[in-house]
Write a protein that binds this ligand. Structure first.
Ligand code: DOR
Length: 432
């Protein structure tokens, strides 16, 4: 059995939940945080194993509330086991997985299956997201009572929009009754149609059909109106467009129960990433312009966007080694999300404390998780980060089964070196 007594010494502890930011030692016993003390108090516990975090950052276990694990159904792209390993290596102690598996997670047996596989993987915590509609078809609602009892923390048809506004209204009302969050994939399929990248001069030059910003913003506006009507908790997934940011900012100012997330590719890249027809840069919603990217960065800094989530979307060469127009949407992100996000701090665009909040505390609050932050008595979920570590992204070294990242070969600075879940080390760079 693994030692469950650790003393993490000498690290800079940042916990936006408790407001802690400074040098502290953390004692972990029986899988839980026993105490957090000033190093001068010299916690003594001869039975604990020392983890030296000198010069490193210690944060609450990071949470990625938007991933695709592909199991059941597409195990050649990712399994729950490999997805969990990728998460642990990326610094995530907890992840949510979307319902667009095969079969779709619209019932108890699929949720049970995912939770069983996650338990067997014995790495990170996995919270499944159930489907809004049966089969993600946007016609009939799934049974939220059944899904909630089975263990889902939210419902979403992610990958597909709910095109019928009346069905979306009913989903919000129904989910509210069960205290479930609704996560909206905002896309108007009539506007996005056969588009494969952002609409504009670059798409015209490349001869590729475009997707206008309105393909997203029209649905963000609709869903905000439905949030106002129902007063149900609504979370907007993968925000990519400036206009969406404006609408969300305004709706939040009016006090609606609305939250939002973006993914690292929307604040790290623009549509220029597509100019070599790199299918790894094909994603939905598409990479936008510098103006959109800058609006996303500002929205993250001022809190309009609450969460950074990877939208980890593994695809194999079968779906990606194709002509751009034939390729699948999506890129993997679990193993690059933290380093890419840290670049915002490095560039002076965000405070480190705020970044930690967007990647740990905020998703925990939005998902209504039971234990939040590094408090004595809470399960010892934490991430140790080396802010100075420079490395080159090497997709072939990823834990994920898939390789579809446009960031391969990129020089980055800062990454997780240890991930702990319930007092168990699930990733330790020193042991790799
Ligand atoms: O690019 C995407 N890929 N966007 C989505 O919304 C779904 C995801 C997937 O499942 O591959």
């Amino acid at each position: 059995m693994e030692i469950s007594r650790y003393l993490i010494k000498g690290g800079r502890v940042i916990d936006p939940e408790t407001g802690v930011d400074g040098l502290f030692d953390i004692l972990i016993e029986d899988g839980k945080i026993a105490s957090i003390e000033n190093p001068q108090s010299a916690i003594q516990n001869p039975k604990s194993k020392i983890i030296d975090a000198t010069g490193k950052l210690v944060t609450p276990g990071l949470i990625d509330m938007h991933t695709h694990l592909r199991e059941p159904g597409h195990e050649y792209k990712e399994t729950i086991e490999t997805g969990c390993l990728a998460a642990a290596h990326g610094g995530f102690a907890t992840i949510c997985c979307m319902a667009n598996t095969d079969p779709v997670n619209d019932n108890q047996s699929v949720t049970d299956y995912i939770l069983k596989k996650a338990r067997m993987a014995e790495t990170v915590r996995v919270y499944p997201v159930g489907a809004i509609s049966r089969g993600l078809r946007g016609e009939n609602l799934a049974d939220y009572g059944e899904l909630k009892a089975a263990g889902v923390v939210a419902v979403s048809d992610d990958g597909n929009p709910v095109m019928n506004a009346q069905l979306m209204r009913r989903a919000l009302e129904y989910a509210k009754g069960f205290g479930l969050l609704v996560i909206a994939h905002c896309e108007d399929r009539n506007l996005t149609a056969n588009g494969v990248m952002n609409e504009g001069i670059t798409a015209t030059r490349l001869g590729l059909p475009g997707i206008p910003n309105a393909g997203e913003t029209v649905m963000v506006a609709r869903d905000i109106a439905l949030c106002e009507l129902t007063r149900a908790s609504l979370h907007i997934a993968h925000v990519s467009a400036e206009g969406s940011v404006r609408l969300i900012r305004e709706a939040k100012a009016r006090g609606l129960p609305l939250t939002a997330e973006t993914a690292p590719h929307y604040f790290s890249l623009t549509e220029e990433a597509v100019i070599n027809y790199d299918t790894n840069a094909r994603v939905h919603p598409p990479l936008r312009t510098a103006k959109d990217r800058d609006a996303i960065r500002l929205a993250l800094a001022d809190g309009t966007i609450d969460v950074i989530a990877s939208d980890h979307a593994p695809h194999s060469s079968i779906e990606k080694d194709l002509e751009f127009e034939q390729a699948a949407n999506g890129m993997i992100g679990l193993e690059t999300s933290l380093p890419l996000s840290l670049q915002l701090v490095e560039m002076g665009l965000m405070k480190l404390n705020d970044l930690v909040a967007r990647m740990s505390i905020n998703p925990a609050r939005i998902l209504n998780l039971a234990h939040i932050g590094l408090k004595p008595g809470n399960p010892a979920d934490l991430t140790i980060i080396d802010l100075k570590k420079r490395f080159t992204v090497d997709a072939n070294a990823f834990q994920s089964k898939s390789r579809n990242t446009p960031f391969n070969g990129r020089e980055l600075k800062g990454r997780a070196v240890l991930t702990m879940v319930g007092g168990k080390i699930v990733f330790d760079e020193a042991r790799e």
